[in-house]
Design a protein around this ligand. Structure first.
Ligand code: NAG
Ligand code: NAG
Length: 186
């Protein structure tokens, strides 16, 4: 409690100073700050029928702010046991201002998929869009999309993925530049 209070007050002192040297951002960003996922892992070590999910935490521009303020939300898709994880339709995030999809073009494996995010800004449907490929690729540390680390531990457990780089060393974030769109992509 004590430590947290100190940390919070140090951060609140630092934030304005840190913000000053930055240029105003011309391109708004979405940032995936964390990811949790489980997938089936068939074979003698794993389990081939589990409740699978992908859950991401996202920081996105606060549409009502004039000073680059951001909001946080989480976006989650689920596949019940017995269903193969695969592409999804657009799904509302916990804050429905933001929507999330894992589209068919880009989904090549349960640990290699494209993420799309869309924030509706206007009543005519216009908004901000961004997309990024996320892969787990421990064999290739120069893969620019290898943000995920997926691990299966112990018998009868699913494959579990986090956003900790090709070897699970340290938490990563995925910063995505947005584009202005007239509507949510089909
Ligand atoms: C949003 O999430 C980020 C990353 O977890 C965190 O650093 C930040 O404090 C959060 N902001 C708010 C307003 O909760
Ligand atoms: C590793 O990833 C880089 C970047 O995507 C690619 O150019 C290279 O061919 C990959 N190497 C292997 C061995 O797959």
């Amino acid at each position: 409690m004590y430590k947290q209070t100190i940390l919070t007050s140090v951060l609140s002192l630092l934030s304005p100073a840190l913000a000053l040297p930055l240029e105003p951002r011309d391109t708004p960003e979405f940032t995936i700050t964390s990811l949790g996922a489980t997938f089936p892992y068939p074979g003698v070590y794993g389990v081939d029928s589990v409740n699978s999910f992908v859950n991401v935490a996202v920081t996105y521009p606060d549409a009502s702010s004039t000073s680059d303020a951001t909001l946080n939300t989480t976006c989650r898709v689920d596949w019940p046991a017995g269903t193969n994880p695969g592409p999804t339709e657009w799904t509302a995030c916990a804050n429905p201002a933001l929507q999330f999809r894992l589209p068919a073009d880009g989904w090549t494996a349960t640990t290699n998929f494209r993420v799309e995010l869309f924030e509706e800004l206007a009543s005519n449907g216009a908004g901000l869009y961004a997309t990024h490929i996320l892969t787990s690729n421990p064999g290739n540390s120069s893969d620019p999309n290898a943000y995920m680390f997926c691990l299966q531990m112990g018998k009868f457990n699913p494959l579990t993925c986090t956003l900790t780089g090709p070897w699970g060393q340290s938490p990563r974030t995925v910063v995505m530049s947005t584009t202005n769109e007239n509507g949510r992509p089909n």
